[in-house]
Design a protein around this ligand. Structure first.
Ligand code: X2X
Length: 325
């Protein structure tokens, strides 16, 4: 970590002698709302604790890829990390229950679930793994497919398409079932892999396609909305409970409030980014989700994942999205 400067520390209390200096790593560029709002939260926490809790942000995979950061979080080498639902699944499989393909249709259902029993279920699973999750889940977004050669309009178009997905079982299973050729890869490798055509495409929400400049190396966007993905604000359990109670309260309320602002940022971007990316010469298509879902049902995707997640997790999900298969 030598030579890496945190993206923080310019506030009025930055030079106060802090009792707790905690590191927070993530995989996104500083221009993404997750980082902008997390920085506001860290500034506010520093101020409200009179500089005693100083959270230093390391964005853009400075501390390594998701797998590395998850290991560092468990070991206590970093105190905070925001894995996406897909990334946390490598450690807490049931925490990715919201990432079942084509489960959520819109944000009303997403936030009802994540701020309700489904989110509570996920938080409890994470706590059991020795970590602690802030109650509010931040927005990554609905994932969309980008490609370089041709747009994806139906599952048949995925045949022979090498598509990068996060290192996680569920998106690998999803794209394999749909007939594509998925490759699990850390986000830190994605831009170069697309640029050098190691893969033909990838899938991510529009705000990431924009802030990570994937439009420079991709041509088509297929708005499949195939997975709704969140960012879980997770702390190392021991490090979290080491903080005095009043400090935890300050931190949790700052994270929760700035999370709501971050969700609003993403909602605004969901409206504006399509035009911005079109202006950068990306071509958008809006496939009908029905044939994708049909193929998943026919090939037993939901049956298989129901078994893997277990009935309890599955019931929590179906309460918000209806019967899946
Ligand atoms: O790796 C990705 O594609 C990203 C940035 O969306 C996640 O964090 C899962």
């Amino acid at each position: 970590m030598a030579g890496i400067a945190a993206w923080t520390g310019s506030g009025p209390h930055a030079r106060a002698k802090s009792r707790f200096i905690y590191k927070y790593g993530n995989n996104l560029p500083t221009s993404h709302p997750l980082n902008r709002r997390a920085r506001e939260a860290a500034d506010r926490i520093r101020k409200e604790t009179a500089g005693e809790l100083d959270i230093r942000i390391f964005p853009s995979n400075q501390l390594g890829g998701d797998t590395g950061m998850l290991n560092q979080l468990r070991a206590g080498a970093i105190e905070f990390f925001t894995p996406s639902s897909l990334a946390i699944a490598t450690l807490v499989p049931s925490a990715a229950i919201n990432a079942v393909g084509f489960a959520f249709r819109d944000y009303n259902a997403v936030w009802a679930a994540m701020d309700g029993d489904l989110g509570g279920f996920i938080a409890a699973q994470i706590e059991k793994a020795g970590l602690h999750m802030m109650p509010r889940v931040w927005d990554n977004g609905f994932r969309q497919i980008t490609t370089s050669r041709r747009p994806i309009l139906s599952p048949a178009d995925l045949a022979g398409v090498k598509i990068r997905v996060p290192v996680s079982q569920i998106p690998i299973s999803l794209f394999r079932t749909l007939g594509g050729t998925p490759t699990g890869m850390q986000f830190s490798e994605v831009y170069t892999a697309l640029q050098t055509h190691i893969v033909d495409g990838q899938e991510n929400p529009l705000p990431i396609i924009d802030t990570a400049k994937l439009y420079e190396v991709q041509t088509y966007v297929s708005q499949t909305n195939h997975i709704w993905d969140g960012y879980l604000f997770v702390a190392n359990g021991a490090a979290w409970y080491r903080l005095p109670k009043d400090m935890r309260k300050i931190a949790e309320s700052a994270f929760n409030e700035l999370c709501m602002a971050q969700r609003a940022d993403i909602a605004a971007l969901n409206v504006s980014v399509r035009a911005a990316l079109s202006a950068r010469h990306m071509t958008f298509v809006d496939p009908d989700p029905a044939p994708f879902k049909k193929k998943l049902i026919e090939r037993g995707f939901y049956r298989q994942w129901r078994e893997r997640f277990g009935d309890v997790a599955w019931r929590h999900l179906e309460r918000y999205v209806g019967r899946l298969a």
